[in-house]
Design a protein. Sequence first.
Length: 250
Amino acid sequence: MHLTHFIKQLVSVAATPLVLGLLVCFAGIVVGLCGRRRAAKILWAVAALIVYAATVAPVANGLLAPLEARYPPLTDISGLPVSDIVVLGSPYQPRDGIPITAALGQDGLVRIAEAVRLMRQVHGARLIVSGGASEDQTASAIGYAKFAIELGVDPDSIVKLDKPLDTAEEARSVFVLLGKSQFVLVTSAYHMPRAMLLMQLAGAHPIAAPTGQLAARQANFGARAWIPTSTSLRRTEHAIHEYIGLAIAN
C-alpha cells in the first residue's frame, strides 16, 4: 500500500504545471544540444505557455468549476435519515508554538468546520474524522478530532480513522465501518467528484456535502485576471490532481 501511495504521489507531482514545464524545458535543452535549435525553441515556448496558463485565473477557474459544480452544497441535513458525518483528510502539521488553526491547512479547516456545523443539526450525530500520515507526520484525523473537541464536540461522539493514506483507502475504511448505511460526506468541492466515485466503488453510500468552493462565479474576467498568481497556480494544481485521480479511478 505504501509503495502504491508513493507511486501515486510521484505521478501527481510530475503532472503539476511547474514540474511539467520544467521537464519540457529540459527536453528543449537536450534537443538544442543535439543541434535541433528550432525544435528546442518550440519546446521552450511550450514550457512557458504551460506555466503561464496554469497561473492565470481564467484557466484555473475553468478547470475547477466543472468539478465544484458536480454536487451542490448541503445546507441542512436535519431531515435526512443519517447520523454519521464523515470528513476526509488533509495535511496536518502541528508543532510547538502554533495553534491548531495553523496546524490544519486551509482545506482541512474548512472541511472540519463544515462537518461540525452539519453535525449540530442532527441529535446524536457521530463525527467520523479521517486521514492518516506517513511515519514522520501526524494523522489529520487526530488534528480534526482535537479541533472538533475545542469547538465543543463531545469526544465520545468522534471516531478516528487515522490509518488511510489516500482517498481510496479512506473509502475502504469508511465502508468497513459503516457498511451500506447512508452518511454525509464532507470534503472540498473540487475533491468531491473523485471522493464520491471512490466511496461508491468501495460499496459505501455517501451523501455529498461539498465545501470550500474556490472557483470564481463570474463568467467574464478583466485584464487583472490574466496576470499570473500563485493562487491560480495552486487551484490549477488541485484541478489537475483531481482529473488524474478520476481518470485512474475510472
